[in-house]
Design a protein around this ligand. Structure first.
Ligand code: PSV
Ligand code: MN
Length: 415
């Protein structure tokens, strides 16, 4: 069935009119909400389109991209359908090329912009005992040089930020000196900060990502937001913390972390995904949409959104559609958060009216905002129903025809 024969051409538009009228009655400034929604830019990961897998196997998908240019094609399709995902993050060396200025042009030619550059310090055997924290000075030098190289790649492609995650850590008590490792990390990142300032080219933001565990099991060198925040203060003013939604212990209140980091000017951005157990990297908003909404509720209190990037790996679901759904879930969560009546909320909080305060949030969360986000997409020339448009438009088949079925070719995770 195609979207054309599912009834009226755009059933969303009547739904939108009803919703807009209801919201206006509730005192929502619908035009202001639309304006903020249409400014939303979600950064998509080039690696989210490529091969990924579990610790046990990589599941190759038909039509998956074989090169960075094909990953950009997939990203451009998501942007065409959502109008809200024009930025693409690159991972080096997964996206390594000979000519980075040319890669920058490949990106802008497709109506996209370059997002963060993500160095990869976790797949080289030299890094078994750490990269920039390694006890071996030669290996630390090699790792730091890769960071510096990524700074040059950022400038050549037109990116304004490096997104840094270190798999560094130890598995056993006594394996290495914890504080020495911390000092080694600080030294390398201060060198990177010095090399990426405005004295030598466009200044780059340094986003520092923490993760509780994995691959290390005893002590991860950058395990939590507080540790990352302290380090950022030591690295320099362009360093801020990146919060990956899959990188916390169970039950941790991520929205509180967000509020605190933002209040110190240290909230650099997000890696969004969802999880049930560990760093599951599932579709954003697929497991706990209320948690995603709660984070956006904190973010909508800020003068502007920090960088919102998806960081996911898709093993069993098709990749373009998974990224698409993630962008839509982010749009919907953001829209719901924008509906919260903050004046009424402040009053309920001041009066200690717990149920009313909480109810104002659950009311916003329970609102079906899909006609609103669909209308905002349409106004930008994107699709009201991007998933149906993707399937009806034939892109999934087109990439299978062009790229072939699941043969083992490069595409991510070192393949
Ligand atoms: C590590 O788990 C991580 O979240 C980092 O951001 C990496 O760059 C990314 O995943 C790799 O997929
Ligand atoms: Mn991440």
């Amino acid at each position: 069935m195609t979207s054309e024969n599912r009834g009226p051409k755009n059933p969303m538009s009547t739904d939108y009119e009803h919703l807009a009228a209801k919201l206006t009655d509730r005192g929502v400034d619908v035009a202001a909400v639309r304006a903020r929604l249409s400014e939303l830019v979600v950064e998509v990961p080039s690696w989210g389109f490529g091969d990924s897998g579990t610790r046990f196997a990589t599941f190759l998908q038909d039509g998956r991209p074989r090169s960075v240019v094909e990953r950009l094609e997939d990203a451009a399709e998501v942007q065409r359908l959502t109008g809200a995902s024009s930025r693409v993050a690159l991972h080096i060396p997964w996206d390594a090329v000979d000519d980075y200025a040319q890669l920058g042009r490949e990106i802008t030619d497709r109506g996209l912009t370059v997002g963060t550059i993500n160095p990869n310090l976790f797949q080289d055997v030299d890094y078994k005992l750490g990269s920039i924290t390694n006890p071996d000075a030669g290996i630390r030098r090699k790792a730091t040089d890769h960071l510096l190289e990524c700074g040059e790649i950022a400038r050549a492609t037109g990116s304004d930020a490096l997104s840094l995650w270190f798999a560094d850590g130890t598995n056993y008590v006594g394996q290495d000196d914890l504080l020495a490792r911390r000092h080694r990390m600080r030294e390398a990142l201060q060198e990177l900060h010095a090399a990426t300032g405005s004295e030598s080219g466009p200044a780059l933001a340094l986003l520092v990502e923490y993760k509780l565990y994995e691959p290390a099991f005893y002590a991860t060198d950058l395990a939590d937001w507080g540790s990352a925040a302290l380090l950022c203060r030591e690295i320099g003013e362009r360093a801020q913390v990146l919060v990956d939604l899959g990188h916390h212990a169970h039950g941790v209140n991520i929205e509180q972390i967000v509020a605190i980091l933002a209040s110190y000017g240290l909230l650099g951005g997000f890696h969004t995904n969802d999880r049930r157990y560990g760093d599951d990297d599932l579709i954003t908003g697929s497991v706990n949409p209320f948690a995603l909404f709660s984070i956006f509720f904190e973010l909508t209190a800020l003068p502007q959104l920090p960088r919102i990037s998806i960081d996911q790996g898709h093993n069993v679901e098709t990749k373009v559609e998974a990224i698409l759904r993630s962008v839509l879930n982010i749009q919907d969560s953001y829209a719901k958060a924008l509906l919260v009546d903050r004046t009424a909320l402040a009053q309920a909080q001041a009066e200690g009216d717990v149920n009313r305060a909480h109810g104002l949030l659950t009311d916003a969360f329970s609102t079906d905002v899909r006609p609103l986000t669909a209308s905002v997409r349409e106004a930008k020339g994107a699709a009201a129903d991007p998933v149906a448009a993707l399937r009806d438009g034939g892109y999934p088949q087109k990439i299978i025809d062009a790229r072939g079925k699941a043969a083992g070719v490069a595409g991510g995770w070192g393949r």
